[in-house]
Design a protein around this ligand. Structure first.
Ligand code: PGA
Length: 251
């Protein structure tokens, strides 16, 4: 398993983007090549774009998928396996994003199986967790995130790398972000869960924050204790916005 604490700046295009958007990836790759930020840069894109996105990235940034199947192969019409993502040029995949959990009924067990499949294929698996607004209001944030971590993390085999993304549901696409103290508290809790589960390897795993990350708040979020990177939705769709976030990476 690769151990690194370089921050990971990851974009999540969701269900946006056809071939005509590849110029955004070329622009991001060119600017990363020129500015060489002290961070790993990853863009997770729809499966149909991965092959072309990897070409457009020209080795300057990594390309990932947004979901993968639990199974390695078989009679699962329409599903895309982790091996297929890898074969198309991906080196990472997001699993258990709240939009998958909500709209596709993905349980913690399903997310863990997907993460296991991703690691087996040698991909970085980014496992998402996060509480709803009601759960936060009821003071259940730590319990919910702890339970999601316990249920959604696979055992770690050799080869892949595991990261966690804390994405409070109410912060996604809303323009609202938790206070610094709240981010620190959840990340510290997640870290203790990871260390309890994986020992020293758990200490080295990156915990990303996601939810309304933009150029204006990226630096202050990245400066917080135990924030190992960010997962960015809306602000990753255009090269100009994503570049602005990259410029905020502490050097
Ligand atoms: P957002 O999305 O940056 O648009 O809030 C983040 C995510 O859903 O990963």
């Amino acid at each position: 398993m690769r151990i690194t604490m370089r921050p990971l700046i990851a974009g999540n295009w969701k269900m946006h983007g056809v071939g005509s958007r590849l110029n955004q990836i070329e622009d991001i790759a060119a600017s990363v090549g020129a500015s060489r930020p002290e961070a790993d840069v990853l863009l997770c894109v729809p499966a149909t774009l991965i092959f072309r996105a990897a070409r457009a990235a020209a080795g300057q940034i990594a390309i990932g998928g947004e979901d993968c199947a639990m199974e390695a192969e078989g009679a699962f019409t329409g599903d895309v396996s982790a091996d297929m993502l890898k074969d198309a040029g991906a080196s990472a995949v997001i699993v258990g994003h709240s939009e998958r959990r909500e709209h596709h009924g993905e349980t913690d067990a399903v997310v863990a199986a997907k993460a296991r499949s991703a690691l087996r294929s040698g991909l970085l698996a980014i496992v998402c967790i996060g509480e709803s607004e009601a759960q936060r209001r009821d003071g259940k944030t730590m319990v919910v995130c702890g339970e999601q971590l316990a249920g959604s993390l696979p055992e770690i085999p050799d080869g892949g790398e595991l990261a966690v993304a804390y994405e409070p549901l109410w912060a996604i696409g809303s323009g609202h972000i938790p206070t610094a103290a709240d981010v620190i508290a959840v990340h510290a809790h997640a870290r203790s869960c990871l260390v309890l589960r994986f020992g020293d390897e758990g200490r080295a795993m990156r915990i990303l924050y996601g939810g309304s990350v933009k150029a204006e708040n990226a630096q202050s979020i990245l400066d917080l204790a135990d924030v190992g990177g960010v997962l960015i939705g809306g602000a990753s769709l255009s090269a100009a916005d994503f570049d602005a976030v990259l410029r905020a990476v502490p050097r």
